[in-house]
Write a protein that binds this ligand. Structure first.
Ligand code: ADP
Length: 273
């Protein structure tokens, strides 16, 4: 759980992004409704661990003569408090991402980004007995915020691991593609896990949406990982694609524009889309 949190917490050192709303009435109403739902979700998500913490603190006080019980409840209080901390940090990060500060991008090497994402998920994969594999380097740079891109990829990898079974393989691949006349890099994370039903595929990027709440809680999920990844992609002028079939697995693909100053765009790998 801590590994997952750390991967996401690493994220938010200085996050900047503009969320552009339309200004017609129906858009305003929709935005307002989304905001209300979001506020209700936030209070629910914070109240749940807070309630558990209060109950366990009471139990600790009642069993203060029993060191084993104190130890048991103490650990659970710590676990819930850590969960709350990571949720609050993710919320702050997400709201900064939506706030609209101007990004100061630099040139980011795709191959080292993929390597770092794989390392950040290494322990989680080991614990879950899942093999992480990756394809060959492509030697391409994108313009972006490295920390944010790493967060997005780590979130996709951790999700892939959490929805696979022991001995499964999670793979990362990278290639250059041309979309709407723009050179992009596509970094894909593929699992052979439980997959996502078509009706849920559009919703998984919503804040706090989970197909299976119990599973998400058990793996330390906050329901924000994909919302964050989606906003990171948008803030780079890119997007995230999803292909999934229940029982077969899922592929999440992060598309980011190539750094225009990178003259060698790995053209032999380029695919028209
Ligand atoms: P969480 O913290 O619950 O993982 P996310 O925003 O990262 O939140 O994901 C939202 C939901 O999407 C998850 O709870 C899960 O139901 C579903 N999901 C995400 N990634 C996968 C995947 N690789 N395979 C199956 N389901 C997934």
């Amino acid at each position: 759980e801590n590994v997952r949190c750390n991967a996401r917490l690493a994220i938010f050192a200085g996050v900047r992004y503009a969320l552009i709303y339309g200004d017609d009435d129906s858009t305003n109403q929709r935005v307002e409704a989304t905001r209300r739902d979001f506020a209700a979700n936030v209070s629910h998500e914070l109240k749940t661990p807070l309630g558990a913490i209060s109950l366990m603190a009471e139990a600790m006080l009642e069993s203060r003569d029993d060191p084993e019980a104190v130890d048991h409840f103490g650990r659970r209080v710590l676990k819930e408090a850590t969960r709350m901390g990571s949720l609050v940090n993710e919320l702050i990060g997400l709201s900064r991402l939506q706030e609209g500060r101007i990004p100061d991008f630099s040139s980011v090497d795709v191959d080292s980004l993929v390597d770092d994402a794989l390392s950040s998920a290494g322990v989680s994969a080991e614990v879950a007995e899942i093999s992480l594999v990756a394809d060959d380097p492509i030697g391409v740079q994108v313009r972006g915020d490295r920390t944010l891109l790493l967060t997005a990829l780590s979130n996709l990898l951790i999700n892939a691991i959490n929805h696979s079974s022991a001995d499964d393989v999670v793979s990362m691949s990278r290639k250059t593609v041309v979309m709407n006349d723009e050179n992009m890099v596509c970094i894909a994370v593929t699992d052979r896990g439980i997959g996502i039903a078509p009706a849920d595929q559009g919703r998984v990027f919503e804040r706090f949406f989970r197909v299976d709440k119990a599973r998400s809680r058990a793996t330390g999920g906050t329901g924000l990982g994909l919302a964050i990844a989606k906003h990171v992609a948008a803030s780079h002028g890119g997007h995230i694609g999803l292909w999934s079939r229940p029982g077969t697995g899922s592929t999440f693909s992060l598309y980011i524009p190539i750094d225009p100053s990178d003259s060698d765009t790995g053209s032999e790998n380029t695919e028209e889309q």
